[in-house]
Ligand binder design. Structure first.
Ligand SMILES: *[C@@H]1O[C@H](CO)[C@@H](O)[C@H](O)[C@H]1NC(C)=O
Ligand SMILES: *[C@@H]1O[C@H](CO)[C@@H](O)[C@H](O)[C@H]1NC(C)=O
Ligand SMILES: *[C@@H]1O[C@H](CO)[C@@H](O)[C@H](O)[C@H]1NC(C)=O
Ligand SMILES: *[C@@H]1O[C@H](CO)[C@@H](O)[C@H](O)[C@H]1NC(C)=O
Ligand SMILES: *[C@@H]1O[C@H](CO)[C@@H](O)[C@H](O)[C@H]1NC(C)=O
Ligand SMILES: *[C@@H]1O[C@H](CO)[C@@H](O)[C@H](O)[C@H]1NC(C)=O
Ligand SMILES: *[C@@H]1O[C@H](CO)[C@@H](O)[C@H](O)[C@H]1NC(C)=O
Length: 524
C-alpha cells in the first residue's frame, strides 16, 4: 500500500511495494496526465540560471588563468544536457561594486572589522573570466545603484561593454531597492522610476545604445516595505515609458534566517510544504508576473533561494534543498518565468544585524549553505565540495529537455496530501500527449525513521518503453552529496560517479516514488 513499515532495507521495501502494487486487489494511486492548469509557454535553454554574489566571484570562478574547476564542472554537466544558464553577476554586493582598471584580481572585498563588505572592487579580470564559461553562456552585467553615483554605475556598464558586449544579455541597475535606506526615494515609487530612467538613459547614451531595451527592471524582493517597486508597481508607474526594459525581474525567498523568528520557521517540513510554496508563488510573485505578461513582457525570477540570509545549516545543505529547488523551479516554470536564477554566495554581515549565519572566525567566507557548492575550503564549511542540491538542477534541465518544452501541473491524486506532492506533464510542440512526467514526493523521510518509510505507488498507465530516472538520497536530511544521486550518479567532487541508471515502468505502468524522492518518467 502507501506506507510500508517493514524492517527491511529500503530497496527491498520498494521491490515489495512494486510486487504488491501489481496484485489486482492492491490500492494504488492513479495519476491523471491531463493538465489541471494552464500549459506554460515554450521554455528556453536559459530557464535554469544562476546569480552569483560579485564579492565572492574569485572564490567561485577563480581568475582568468586559474579557473575554479569545481564550479565549471557543474556548469558543464548542465550544458551537456542542453541547458544554457545565464549568469547574473549579482546580489547585494553589486550595490557597492566599483570598477578599477588597474586592479589585477577579479574581485577584492573591503570589509569592516566584523566582516561586513562595504565595497567590492572589480578589475578587468572580472569580465575576462567570462571567457572561461562554457560556449554559449551569457551574463547579466550588474551596476551599482546603491552608491547613488552615475559615474560608478556608468563605469561598470562601460567596462563590461568594452570587454564582453556580445555576452551581455541584460543590464541591471541596483539590487533589491526595497532594502535601500528609506530616505533614498522617500517611499515614492515615481521618484524611484524617475531616477532609474535618468541613470539608464544616460548609460544607454554612454554605451551608444547597446543597453537600450536590455534592462532588467525592478529586482525587488517580496518583503513588505514602504517603497513599492515590484514589477506590479513599476509597470503602471511607467518604468518602460522610454522603451528601456527587456525583462521584469523579481526575487523570491519564502523563508529566512535573517532574524530568530523567521529562522525558527525555516524547517525542512515547512520548506517542503508544497501547499505553502504554491501560496507564496501565487500571492507574492504571480501578481508581478501577471502584470508583466499582460504587458506582453517576459519576467524572470532574477534571484531566488530557499532561505534568505545565506540559508540554514541542517536544512538548506541537505537533500531537502534538492527537493525544494526542483519544486520551486517547476512552480515558476509552470507560471511562465523565462529564467530562474538560483543565488550563490556567502554570508554578508551587512545583510542583517540579527542573522543566524556569520563569516568564518578567520575572516574567510561563510559560504551560503543553500549554495550548489562550497567552491574552496573554509573554516566555516570545511573542504571544497558539491552539496546535495546539485542533482535537482539536472532533473529540472532534463525535464525541460534543453528548451522548447512546455509544462503543466497535474492534479494531486485523490488520497494523496497536496502539501506533500507535486507532478507535472511536459509537452513538446503544440498539443498531444505529454512526452515526460515529473513527480515529487515531498513527504519528509528523516534518517532517524529507519525502515519506517513510505512510498507512493502511482499508476500512469501502460507505456511501452517508458523509462524512469530517479533523484534520491538515503534520507531527506542527507548532507553528503556522494550519497545523493540523479539516475544513479553522484557529483560530490564535480565529476559524475557511477553509471547512469535508468529504470523501466512496471508492466501496468506503475512507478514507485519513495517519500523524499523525485522521478522523471520519459515516454518513448
Ligand atoms: C503562460 O503562457 C501561455 C502561452 O504561452 C498561456 O497560455 C498561459 O496561460 C500562461 N500561464 C500563466 C500562468 O499565465
Ligand atoms: C583546472 O582545469 C585546467 C584545464 O583542464 C587544468 O589545466 C588545471 O590544472 C586545473 N586546475 C586544477 C587546480 O585542478
Ligand atoms: C559606496 O557606499 C558605501 C555605503 O554607503 C560606502 O561605504 C562606500 O564607501 C561607497 N563607495 C564609494 C566608492 O563611494
Ligand atoms: C514623488 O516623486 C515624484 C517624482 O519625483 C514627484 O513629482 C512627486 O511630487 C513625489 N510625490 C510625493 C508625495 O512626494
Ligand atoms: C518596452 O518598450 C519597448 C518600446 O515600446 C518595447 O519594445 C519593449 O517590448 C518593452 N519592454 C517590455 C519588457 O515590455
Ligand atoms: C502547509 O502550508 C499550508 C498553507 O500555508 C498550511 O495551511 C498548512 O498548515 C501547512 N501544513 C503543514 C503540515 O504544516
Ligand atoms: C559501469 O558500467 C561499466 C560498463 O558496463 C561496468 O564495467 C562497471 O562495473 C559499472 N560500474 C558500476 C559502479 O556499476
Amino acid at each position: 500500500m502507501k506506507y510500508a513499515t517493514t524492517a527491511k532495507a529500503v530497496s527491498c521495501v520498494l521491490a515489495a511495494l512494486i510486487a504488491h502494487a501489481s496484485a489486482a486487489d492492491t490500492p494504488y494511486y492513479s495519476l491523471s496526465t491531463t493538465p489541471s492548469g494552464p500549459v506554460s509557454q515554450a521554455h528556453v535553454p536559459q530557464f535554469v540560471s544562476y546569480s552569483f554574489e560579485p564579492a565572492f566571484w574569485g572564490e567561485f570562478f577563480g581568475e582568468p588563468s586559474a579557473p575554479r574547476n569545481l564550479t565549471f564542472a557543474l556548469l558543464k554537466h548542465l550544458h551537456e544536457r542542453g541547458a544554457r544558464p545565464i549568469i547574473r553577476a549579482g546580489g547585494i554586493t553589486m550595490d557597492s561594486m566599483v570598477f578599477d582598471a588597474s586592479q589585477a584580481l577579479s574581485a577584492v572585498r573591503t570589509e569592516n572589522a566584523k566582516g561586513g563588505i562595504y565595497r567590492t572592487t572589480i578589475g578587468p579580470a572580472f569580465y575576462d573570466s567570462w571567457d572561461n564559461f562554457p560556449a554559449g553562456t551569457t551574463f547579466v552585467s550588474t551596476l551599482n545603484f546603491g552608491n547613488d553615483s552615475l559615474a560608478i554605475a556608468r563605469g561598470l556598464a562601460m567596462a563590461s561593454h568594452a570587454r564582453q558586449a556580445p555576452k551581455i544579455a541584460y543590464y541591471e541597475l541596483g539590487n533589491e531597492p526595497t532594502n535601500y535606506p528609506a530616505g533614498r526615494w522617500r517611499q515614492n515609487t515615481s521618484a524611484y522610476v524617475a531616477q532609474w530612467r535618468e541613470f539608464t538613459g544616460r548609460i544607454d547614451a554612454a554605451v551608444v545604445g547597446a543597453s537600450l531595451g536590455k534592462w532588467w527592471a525592478s529586482s525587488a524582493t517580496t518583503d513588505v516595505t514602504g517603497l513599492r517597486v515590484r514589477p506590479s508597481d513599476l509597470i503602471p508607474a511607467g518604468i518602460n515609458s522610454t522603451g528601456e526594459v527587456g525583462q521584469y525581474s523579481i526575487h523570491s525567498y519564502a523563508f529566512a534566517t535573517c532574524d530568530q523568528a523567521r529562522a525558527a520557521r525555516a524547517t525542512t517540513a515547512n520548506l517542503l510544504n508544497h501547499t505553502d510554496l504554491t501560496r507564496y508563488a501565487d500571492v507574492e510573485i504571480l501578481p508581478s508576473a501577471r502584470a508583466a505578461m499582460d504587458a506582453g513582457a517576459a519576467w524572470v525570477v532574477g534571484e531566488f533561494n530557499s532561505i534568505a540570509c545565506s540559508g540554514k545549516p541542517g536544512v538548506s545543505d541537505t537533500f531537502a534543498q534538492a527537493l525544494w529547488a526542483a519544486a520551486a523551479s517547476l512552480l515558476y516554470a509552470a507560471r511562465n518565468a523565462t529564467s530562474v536564477h538560483l543565488h550563490q554566495g556567502a554570508t554578508l554581515a551587512f545583510q542583517s544585524d540579527q542573522q543566524l549565519n556569520t563569516p568564518g572566525d578567520d575572516g574567510s567566507p561563510g559560504f551560503s549553505s543553500y549554495a550548489l557548492l562550497y567552491p574552496v575550503a573554509s573554516s566555516k564549511r570545511g573542504p571544497a565540495r558539491v552539496l546535495p542540491v546539485f542533482v535537482s538542477q539536472l532533473l529540472v534541465a532534463e525535464a525541460l529537455g534543453g528548451g522548447s518544452a512546455r509544462i503543466a501541473a497535474l492534479a494531486t491524486p485523490v488520497g494523496v496530501k497536496p502539501s506533500e506532492f507535486a507532478a507535472y506533464a511536459v509537452f513538446v510542440g503544440g498539443s498531444g500527449a505529454p512526452v515526460r512526467l515529473v513527480v515529487l514526493n515531498l513527504r519528509p523521510y528523516y534518517a532517524g525513521q529507519g525502515a519506517a518509510v513510505g512510498a507512493l505507488v502511482l499508476d500512469v498507465g501502460p507505456h511501452q518503453g517508458a523509462t524512469v530516472k530517479r533523484m534520491t538520497a538515503p534520507s531527506v536530511d542527507e548532507k553528503d552529496a556522494a550519497k545523493v544521486t540523479w539516475a544513479g550518479q553522484s557529483f560530490r567532487d564535480g565529476d559524475a560517479v557511477g553509471n547512469v541508471t535508468v529504470e523501466t515502468l512496471g508492466p501496468r505502468g506503475q512507478v514507485v516514488v519513495r517519500d523524499s524522492e523525485a522521478v522523471l518518467v520519459t515516454f518513448s
